[in-house]
Design a protein around this ligand. Structure first.
Ligand SMILES: [Zn+2]
Ligand SMILES: [Zn+2]
Length: 236
């Protein structure tokens, strides 16, 4: 079904040239060379947090064993590095909303390699101030093609973002957790036991963890995080 949908996606959205190099891309959003160059993650990922763990068998990494995240699995299409980071910036700060469809499609391709365990998708909500400023929620726009590809309902409006937190990247790592406390509020009980949180970029994981905690308190049993790009920790 995913592949059927991908084909129909490609035939309905007809970019004339590659979004990265501008060369003719035979009606694909990315030409084969640029697609090949996107920063893919190594296969030794911790299944729980989605970070490279150097483990050959899919086991939780030391960090996750020590302090278990509230979510159960992370799937990301790419590492958060150029040119994916530049495309994310074009989507969020230059309003190139069509890139959300491209991201959704690429993430769907990645997810098709796995047995996903989700009955509904929850795009990370934006604070109303930021939504007004940007005009759209990039997580929701990325989740739309995913919902279509996997035939899953989109949960919108059930969770409110009640604090207009500063962008994570401008805060020191030690302050990030504190910055997000009580960032979300549940206004409607989720009617599903397995939910995938959808976001553009997963950085520290605090946002997904706060949301996952809230969902688990509300009785959700299985929580995945689907993100376009996973930021890797800086080497010390
Ligand atoms: Zn290209
Ligand atoms: Zn881990």
């Amino acid at each position: 079904m995913v592949y059927q949908w991908l084909n129909s996606f490609i035939s309905t959205w007809l970019p004339q040239s590659c979004v990265l190099c501008g060369l003719s891309s035979h009606r694909q959003a990315l030409c084969p060379d640029c697609l090949q160059d996107l920063p893919r993650l190594s296969p030794d990922l911790c299944p729980r947090c989605g970070l490279p763990a150097g483990l050959s068998n899919a086991q939780d990494c030391g960090h996750c064993l020590q302090l278990q995240p509230a979510y159960h699995r992370v799937y990301s299409a790419f590492g958060y590095a150029p040119p994916v980071s530049q495309l994310v910036a074009r989507l969020k700060f230059r309003g190139q909303i069509q890139l959300a469809r491209l991201f959704g499609e690429l993430l769907a391709q990645r997810l098709a390699e796995h047995t996903i365990q989700a009955d509904a998708l929850l795009p990370v909500p934006l604070h109303p101030n930021r939504l007004r400023q940007r005009g759209f929620n990039q997580a929701l726009e990325i989740a739309r093609p995913l919902a279509q590809a996997f035939g899953l309902p989109l949960l919108t409006g059930g969770v409110h973002r009640q604090r207009d937190t500063e962008p994570q990247s401008t805060r020191a790592a030690s302050q990030r957790g504190h910055n997000l406390r009580d960032a979300f509020r549940l206004v409607q009980l989720p009617a599903y036991e397995r939910i995938a949180i959808v976001d553009d970029v997963m950085t520290s994981g605090h946002t997904a963890n706060e949301l996952a905690k809230l969902l688990r308190e509300a009785g959700v049993k299985e929580i995945e995080v689907w993100c376009v790009a996973r930021a890797l920790p800086h080497p010390h």
